[in-house]
Design a protein around this ligand. Structure first.
Ligand SMILES: C[S@@+](CC[C@H](N)C(=O)[O-])C[C@H]1O[C@@H](n2cnc3c(N)ncnc32)[C@H](O)[C@@H]1O
Length: 267
C-alpha cells in the first residue's frame, strides 16, 4: 500500500459497502456491518446493484459499438469488478481510451488492476473528487489520455446519489460537459424510490444512519440532469429496461431502484 494512503477502515465507505454487497473482497468489518444493517432495511439492494452493474456494461457496449465512442471519462469508478468499463469498450474497440476517476483511497490502491489496457488503447487512473471538476479537467492524466476535440462519454454510474443537492450535481455536470466536443455523451445512473417507495425510503435512511449520505430521486429530478442535452432512446428508465438483455428483462421492477439514461451533446 502506498505511503500516506489513509483508508479510514474504521468507518463504512460507499465503495467498500458496494463491493461487499456485490460479492467482492475489498471491505472491512465496519463496511460489512453497515452493509448488513442497510440490507436488513433494503433487501433488494443487492439485486438493484447487480442490475446497475449490468446496465453499465450494456451502456459501455452500446456507446462503443453503436455510437462509435472511443473515449470515456468514468467518474466514481468503484473497485474493479468484472467486467470493468474499459474491458467492455476495448472488446469492441481495442483503441478505446478510458480515464477512471474516484476519490476513495481503496480504489486508488487497486487502480493498477484497472490499468490493464489493450496495447492499442489506454487506461489511466485519477485520484480526484467529482465535486472538484476543474481538478479533473485540468489533470495531466486527462490531458495525456483524451482528445477533447473528439467525442467523450462522461460516465457517472451510481455516483450522483451521494450528492443530495441537485443544483450542485447540475453545476458539476455542466462544467464537465462544457469542454467536451459535440457528439459527446453523458451516461448516468442514480438511485430512485419510484419502483419501491417504502423499501428505498427505509434503505436510504439506513445508509444515512451509517454515515453515508444518499438520496433517492424521482424521474423528473433525474431527467433534469440531462437538460440541454439530447436524451437518447429509451430516455430515463429503470436500468433493467435500458436495452435489456435476457437476464435484465427477467428482473422484477420492484427489485430495481436505479434510473439510467444516456444523452448527447448537440452540435
Ligand atoms: C456505488 S459505487 C459505483 C461504482 C461503479 N460506477 C458502478 O456503478 O459499479 C460509487 C463510487 O463513487 C465513488 N465516489 C463517491 N463520491 C465521490 C466523489 N465525490 N468523487 C469521486 N468519487 C466518488 C465511491 O468511492 C465509489 O467508488
Amino acid at each position: 500500500m502506498g505511503e500516506g494512503i489513509e483508508l479510514k477502515t474504521e468507518v463504512a465507505h460507499s465503495a467498500r459497502v458496494y463491493d461487499y454487497i456485490l460479492g467482492g473482497k475489498d471491505h472491512f468489518p465496519a463496511d460489512r456491518e453497515a452493509a448488513a444493517n442497510i440490507v436488513a432495511y433494503w433487501p433488494n439492494l443487492p439485486a438493484s446493484m447487480r442490475a446497475n452493474r449490468r446496465f453499465m456494461a450494456r451502456m459501455a457496449h452500446h456507446l462503443a459499438h453503436d455510437l462509435g465512442v472511443r473515449q470515456f471519462l468514468d467518474i466514481g469508478t468503484g473497485l474493479p469488478t468484472a467486467p470493468n468499463l474499459h474491458e467492455v469498450a476495448q472488446a469492441v474497440a481495442p483503441d478505446a481510451r478510458i480515464v477512471y476517476v474516484d476519490n476513495d483511497p481503496i480504489v486508488l490502491v487497486h487502480a493498477r488492476a484497472l490499468l490493464t489496457s489493450s496495447p492499442e488503447g489506454r487506461t489511466t487512473y485519477l485520484d480526484a473528487d467529482f465535486l472538484d471538476p476543474d481538478a479533473i479537467l485540468g489533470s495531466p492524466q486527462l490531458d495525456q489520455t483524451l482528445d477533447l476535440d473528439r467525442p467523450v462519454a462522461l460516465s457517472l454510474i451510481a455516483i450522483v446519489h451521494f450528492i443530495p443537492d441537485d443544483a450542485e450535481v447540475r453545476r458539476i455536470i455542466d462544467r464537465l460537459m462544457a469542454p467536451l466536443a459535440p457528439g459527446s455523451v453523458l451516461a448516468l445512473s442514480t438511485c430512485t424510490a419510484d419502483s419501491a417507495p417504502a423499501e428505498v425510503k427505509a434503505g436510504v435512511a439506513a445508509y444515512n444512519a451509517n454515515g453515508i449520505p444518499l438520496v433517492a430521486r424521482d424521474k423528473p429530478r433525474v431527467e433534469a440532469f440531462f437538460d440541454g442535452l439530447e436524451l437518447l432512446d429509451p430516455g430515463v428508465v429503470l436500468v433493467n429496461h435500458w436495452f435489456p438483455d435476457a437476464e435484465s428483462a427477467a428482473v422484477d421492477d420492484a427489485h430495481v431502484h436505479m434510473y439510467g439514461a444516456i444523452a448527447r451533446k448537440p452540435a
